[in-house]
Design a protein around this ligand. Structure first.
Ligand SMILES: *Cc1c(COP(=O)(O)O)cnc(C)c1O
Length: 432
């Protein structure tokens, strides 16, 4: 592959074009293995950023794509509908918490967040509360890279100061502390109440990632926050937007993370794993009340409609992926992964380079004391035959649900040994 061209002309996620990080040429993928151009195989620990839950090159998903391809790859969604979209939206309405039933299909997670935010604004406007145009959210969150989504990401890691005069300003409250089993304290409950009390009069919605804050820091917090937020939203006329783009489709051990708390948000965003990692697709799903209120408003319609809305190829694969998920013992598989991660990773908590170990469902996180040298540790991981992509001070895995125990143990081993490698880099630096 022409890696020189790649380096000189192609932007990769969050990289420099003058000092790019190395890229590894992948020519094929199957199951939980990525195949490099040089023939080397890597065990995949990332599911390509939460997406490839069934592994790569899955015969059922391949067949769904091929079958749909022979009918039509795409057709516009304005004034036209088709079976793959109907079948998908039926499933989404059915598997998401009861009450979420009106589905807007779109291209990517960030766009589903943009749509959710516009729905909240239009909803408040329809209630003659156009002044309620701010969003409430936690610090350390991540909701996507488009401007609206970015404006509710963590202000520091999202470098909001760079975009200050360009981007809308919203209202942040300190994130919940780590700990799935650490219930919300009275002080935290009071802080949330004060936050709503002070800001809700100008707020359209509270947007948050339930239980797991992903790209903002791979944090895991208690489900006991959710009913508190739900009550405050109801009390103060603020919509509740659950961003399940990372957590949806089983990753945390429940089909959706809000299920850990049995609450129903007013709006939910799903994406990432929706097509099993095959194509880009996402959805905003809301309640009947939200949809009806919005449609009785001034515009009368939801002001959004992407060109590739409801892409039939993506919808067909999503239908196959959801059916495959529900047909497999996904929950047992995810809980098996969780057990192994607990056994293999928890003992590393004592390592001097490690600040915290966090595990939930199919997610295993090592938070280190210091940021890692991504280029060096990446090279080390590839040499050891695994694909793990750290960021900042976080080395984490979320493998496909189908991963075998031996492969998972190997991933954990390499994470562990990676700490020794990082330690040796430090010593090298000190000697120099
Ligand atoms: C990845 C992610 C997004 C953005 O999705 P894209 O498909 O990358 O636009 C939004 N919210 C959360 C929680 C995510 O993990």
């Amino acid at each position: 592959m022409d890696l020189t061209f790649d380096r000189q002309h192609i932007w990769h996620p969050y990289t420099s074009l003058t000092k790019p990080l190395p890229t590894y040429p992948v020519i094929a993928a199957k199951g939980v293995r990525l195949e490099l151009e040089n023939g080397q195989e890597l065990i995949d620990g990332m599911s390509s950023w939460w997406t490839a839950i069934h592994g790569y090159n899955h015969p059922v998903l391949n067949e769904a794509a091929k079958h749909q391809l022979d009918k039509m790859a795409h057709v516009m969604f304005g004034g036209i509908t088709h079976e793959p979209a109907i079948a998908l939206c039926k499933r989404l309405a059915q598997i998401t918490p009861a009450g979420l039933e009106k589905v807007f299909l779109c291209d990517s997670g960030s766009i589903s967040v943009e749509v959710a935010m516009k729905v909240a604004i239009q909803y408040q406007h329809a209630l003659s509360k156009g002044h309620k145009n701010k969003f409430l959210t936690f610090q350390k969150g991540y909701h996507g890279d488009t401007t609206g989504a970015m404006s509710v990401c963590d202000p520091i890691s999202g470098m909001h100061h760079l975009f200050k005069d360009f981007m809308p300003q919203h209202l942040f409250i300190e994130e919940p502390p780590n700990g799935f089993d650490t219930p919300i304290s009275t002080e935290e409950m009071n802080a949330l109440t004060d936050f709503f009390d002070k800001n809700a009069k100008n707020a359209a919605a509270f947007i948050f990632e339930p239980i797991v804050q992903g790209a903002g820091g791979m944090r895991i917090y208690s489900p006991t926050y959710l009913p508190v937020i739900r009550n405050l939203c109801d009390q103060y006329g603020v919509l509740m937007i659950a961003d399940e783009i990372a957590t949806g489709f089983g990753r945390t051990g429940e089909l959706f993370a809000v299920n850990h708390a049995s609450i129903v948000p007013d709006i939910m965003c799903v994406g990432k794993a929706i097509t099993g990692g095959y194509m880009t697709l996402a959805a905003m799903i809301c309640t009947k009340k939200v949809a009806e209120t919005l449609c009785n408003g001034e515009a009368g319609v939801l002001m959004h409609g992407p060109t590739f809305m409801g892409n039939p190829l993506a919808c067909a694969v999503a239908v196959a992926s959801i059916d495959l998920l529900l047909k497999t013992p996904w929950q047992a598989n995810v809980l098996q992964i969780e057990q192994t991660l607990n056994r293999e990773l928890n003992p590393i908590k004592a390592h001097p380079l490690v600040k915290d170990v966090r595990i939930l469902g199919g997610i295993g996180v090592l938070e280190l004391q210091n940021p890692v040298d991504v280029a060096k540790i990446q090279k080390y991981f590839v040499e050891k035959g695994v694909w793990i992509r750290p960021f900042r001070n976080l080395i984490y895995i979320m493998p496909p649900y189908i991963i075998e125990e031996t492969d998972l143990v190997r991933l954990c081993e390499v994470m562990k040994n990676g700490l020794t490698f990082i330690g040796s880099l430090k010593k090298e630096k000190m000697i120099k």
